[in-house]
Design a binder for this molecule. Structure first.
Ligand SMILES: [Cu+2]
Length: 157
């Protein structure tokens, strides 16, 4: 039994070593030894604490005056509602209100639409008149879509 335990421990160490080698080169100069302690970690993980990651912080498209505003709540982790239904041929605004503890965004890739909000923040973005169809949406912060931050914008013709 002892030999088996040692074998398993060795395999675990080997796998951890390989993982370390695989991700090591992506660490900044200074090396993996300080990845958890310094600016690198917080620079890349500040979004966990409610701040945006660098590439998720683009401004929202300007709201469209007079257009109907659809309210969407961002939660940890999901959109409420996750199914947004609007009519074709009219511009709309989407107001994303972040009621979670984490930074969130609402991105509709097919429409090149993106709004993001810090915790407690409410941000409006405009969408020009839409073609009928179903457009998938999600939160682009790593891991959030997998945890449920997905939905669909349904444009009824
Ligand atoms: Cu999110």
């Amino acid at each position: 039994m002892r030999n088996r335990t040692l074998l398993i421990a060795g395999l675990v160490a080997l796998v951890l070593g390989l993982v370390g080698l695989a991700i090591g080169p992506s660490f900044p100069s200074g090396g993996p030894g300080r990845w958890w302690s310094g600016d690198w970690f917080w620079g890349h993980h500040a979004w966990m604490m409610g701040a945006p990651a660098e590439d998720h912080d683009e401004p929202a498209p300007d709201p469209i005056p007079g257009a109907e505003t659809v309210e969407v709540r961002a939660l940890d982790f999901g959109f409420e509602p996750s199914r947004i239904v609007v009519q074709a041929g009219e511009p709309i605004n989407i107001r994303l209100t972040n009621e979670g503890f984490f930074f969130h965004d609402l991105t509709i890739p097919a429409l090149d639409f993106h709004v993001n909000a810090r915790p407690g923040e409410s941000v409006v973005g405009g969408l020009a008149e839409l073609e009928p169809g179903e457009y998938g949406l999600y939160c682009t912060v790593p891991g959030h879509a997998e945890m449920g931050m997905v939905g669909v914008l349904v444009v009824e013709g």
